[in-house]
Design a binder for this molecule. Sequence first.
Ligand code: SF4
Length: 341
Amino acid sequence: MPRTHPSILVVPSSSRYRTALLSWYDSHRRDLPWRGTRDPYRIWLSEIMLQQTRVAAVIEHYYEFLRRFPTVEKLARAREASVLAAWSGLGYYRRARMMHAAAKQIVREGKFPEASEELRNLPGIGRYTAAAIASIAFNESVAVVDGNVERVLRRLSGKLLSLRECWTAAAELLDSTRPGDFNQAMMEFGAVVCTPRMPGCLTCPVVDLCATRGELPSQSKPAPQRKKEIHFALRCRGRAVLLVRRAMNASLMPGMWELPEMRVNGAGAAGKQTFSPSSAKRRKDKPLYKLRHAITVTDYSVTVWRGRRTKVDAKWIPVDRLKQMPLTGLARKILRKAEML
Ligand code: SF4
């Protein structure tokens, strides 16, 4: 016997909600490059890129990735370094590696899976992504829950629903005649109207069905951002720049290329050039420039120094090859500021 969950109605009338939301979506949806396609590969790519990344940051990468790998077969045949280079700047590189592995599996098995349950057998595809691809590309009647949908459901119901309750509520609310559009409408609505801060209740198309009409008081405060200082050496020789490759077993961005990091006062691990701010001051060294960079919960204050001789295991990379290299997002930012990219 399949287990059934208790019903969770988040609005007094689901049918009125569906009609109002879909009609709002039909006239207000943003014109995004992955809208209006039923190609599962393109939908999959957009869904993976949009995880933890803003729409504006994804668009350029989406076009570039498709220019390099227009089909799942082309992606499956590509070298991992080329895939990471195309992903460079988006961060969370595990997504690119998983997508590459999944493309190989699809090509090996000879068919793009259509059902959400089958899609979940692919590397890097969880419940949300499987439901998004299956509903948008193949019209399967299956609901999605991402951060935007969770927030909308909680505000509509006026309750701090658990994640599991959100999945049940989303399934009950889903419009089974247009599941792909309905799912996209829920996410779009959360992204542009029922936003995390100051939701647009005055122009909300479902305001009369909403129990909260504003921000729902939260029980937990967001974790504060950590602050950290880091230093890098920018060393050039002719039209080449010195870069190091991160270890293949590094927990973050394994195998990606970056500038040699300078560990302050020699406190760091092997492989890092040591550096003392007080001796730099004595020598009257001036940094080339400073910039800021955020990764997950850490805000980095980054100082870039003109590189000196270094013992780290680094390699001279010609500047005109940089675009094809799998660079970390921060390395890309530093090299852009130095006008090398
Ligand atoms: Fe969100 Fe406000 Fe609309 Fe309620 S009324 S769904 S809080 S935008």
